[in-house]
Design a protein around this ligand. Structure first.
Ligand code: GAP
Length: 523
């Protein structure tokens, strides 16, 4: 089993993540978070909200910031006036190119289907011959390794190798838009070439109807991003919140995209949660604020446990930038299925506010009454947008935390989650179910539960109970044993090192609070 299969199985076994509506066969691209998963995701969202918004001190500049700034939150509705999506460009432009395979009935994103040819050494510049067979495989040029690309066509490729000798794999750009090349392309799993359709634009927004009438006038969309709720409330916030400019508005909430190919567990889902900040600043200062947010958001993941070996900041090239962005960087994580985006940080210029100002006819310019220069008092702010996915963050933290190690000659599976993110902070056990141990353990459990998410378990061998908590990612276990009755001490076991220390029972709460505070990275 590879790491991803092991993780999916652990998530199911321990109650982290289940397929949505599983008893009916599930629904592609939708997932349910179980009792442990909901705590993990909530802890991620809470950490984000606390670190970015609630605990932000607007009278002081955080480390690396060009100056002090304000941060406030919003919680907007998922259904909005459809004109929002007209103005934002989503109705006209939020499309992915889609191709279908008529033979296998599979559907692909055209930009994620590599069409390639096999050429003998030295024959790279030869044009595609009229009888040459091309191959298509899901992947990304330059990102997907050769073995994965070849996998769906192994037999054909082997026989070609016998005929041609040593061959190289060459991508054939735009092959799917060319009828001749498409006719000669073999789709994954297809027996005959030519089964792929012309790429068609496919709008990713889910449509619904508001009210009793199902006609064009009642069409509404499930929001594909939380960002637009922030833009259309910009004036409301300015008029009411007395925030210190420059300032950011943050929002956590569900977003929906009818992804053509949901895949890689929760990584690409059709229903997911975003944690977005729109940071409004003066146009001339946008470059500085962009760098500040890009670096701060990268550091946030590191503080919560992602290793810098697996976490990368990738600045987009000019031709990769969306039309509204003047700079963009992706925070990428080395997932078992490849390096993929966790969060995007973009300088969106004044594109969105301008679009909404022009479409709504409302003046969305900011008025700074403290500005001495009268010409600079009213202006349309630029926006820096750090846009993260809560589900992708949860998946990255789970991948990073998953570990198998040897303890006492036995292999154990352990989730080394940051204590701040761990669903259960402490588990309390009586060593055995007699001699007053359960009563003492329950009393301690109840005391701890008033401050921490605690768990009580008295069933089974103590070693098995420890292993179960290791798999759940619980950083501390406390065991009440025979000695507790004599001197009031208990065993405090640490998940990662398996180290056990005796501590007074009444000191456990303070000790835990201390451990949670002093864990590396608690912001
Ligand atoms: N407002 C900008 C925006 O929405 P995006 O790059 O399309 O930008 C931002 O999305 C983040 O939302 C991504 O970095 C990712 O973490 C998350 N996200 C986007 N599509 C997703 C999907 N289909 N499944 C899970 N998360 C997704």
């Amino acid at each position: 089993m590879d790491l991803m299969e092991k993780l999916v199985s652990l998530c199911k076994r321990r109650g982290y993540i289940f397929p949505s509506s599983e008893i009916y066969g599930g629904l592609n691209g939708c997932w349910d978070y179980g009792p442990l998963g909901v705590e993990l995701k909530r802890n991620i969202k809470d950490a984000w909200w606390q670190d970015m918004i609630a605990r932000h001190d607007e009278t002081d500049a955080p480390e690396g910031a060009p100056g002090p700034f304000g941060m406030v939150g919003l919680d907007c509705s998922i259904l909005m006036n459809p004109t929002v999506w007209q103005a934002s460009g989503h109705i006209g432009g939020f499309n992915d190119p889609m191709v279908d395979c008529r033979e296998t009935r599979n559907r692909y994103r055209a930009d994620q289907l590599v069409v390639y040819r096999l050429v003998p050494e030295g024959g790279e510049s030869a044009p595609v011959a009229s009888d040459e067979l091309l191959f298509a495989a899901p992947g990304e040029i330059g990102k997907t390794d050769e073995a994965t690309l070849l996998a769906p066509h192994r037999k054909r490729v082997e026989s070609l190798r016998k005929k041609l000798g040593d061959v190289r794999l060459l991508a054939v750009p735009d092959a799917l838009s060319d009828t001749n090349l498409r006719e000669r392309t073999l789709a994954p799993g297809a027996k005959e070439p030519g089964s792929l359709t012309v790429p068609r634009a496919f709008n990713l927004m889910f449509k619904t109807h508001v009210g009793a009438l199902e006609d064009n006038s009642s069409t509404a969309y499930l929001r594909p991003e939380t960002a637009q709720g922030i833009f259309v409330n910009f004036k409301n916030v300015c008029d009411t919140a007395r925030v210190r400019f420059p300032f950011g508005i943050g929002q956590i909430g569900k977003a929906f995209r009818n992804e053509i190919n949901p895949r890689n567990f929760t990584f690409r889902s059709r229903e997911f949660e975003q944690m977005e900040i729109e940071f409004f600043c003066r146009p001339e200062e946008a470059g500085e604020w962009y760098r500040y947010w890009r670096d701060r958001r990268y550091a946030w993941y590191v503080k919560l446990g992602l290793s810098t070996q697996r976490l990368h900041l990738r600045e987009h090239d000019g031709d990769e930038l969306a039309h509204y962005a003047s700079a963009c960087a992706d925070v990428e994580y080395d997932f078992p299925f490849g390096v993929s985006e966790l969060e995007g940080v973009a300088n969106r210029t004044d594109f969105d506010l301008r679009q909404h100002m022009e479409t709504s006819g409302k003046d969305l310019r900011y008025f700074e009454d403290q500005e001495p220069d009268a010409d600079k008092r009213r202006f349309l702010p630029y926006v820096i947008e750090p846009s993260a996915g809560a589900d992708r963050a949860a998946l990255a933290f789970l991948c990073e935390a998953y570990c198998e190690d040897e303890v006492g000659g036995e292999t154990r599976t352990v989730l080394r989650l940051h204590p701040r993110l761990a669903p259960i902070k402490v588990a309390v056990f009586p060593l055995v179910k007699k001699d007053g141990m359960p009563e003492r353990a329950l009393a301690l459990y109840r005391e701890l539960r008033s401050n921490f998410n605690a768990f009580y378990d008295e069933k089974g061998a103590i070693g098995r109970r420890y292993r179960r908590q290791d798999e759940a990612g619980t950083p501390f276990c406390v065991t009440v044993d025979g000695q507790t009755a004599e001197d009031g001490t208990v065993t405090l076991r640490e998940r990662d090192s398996c180290e056990q220390r005796r501590v007074p029972a009444e000191a456990v709460a303070a000790r835990l609070a201390d451990e949670l505070k002093s864990s590396p990275g608690v912001a």
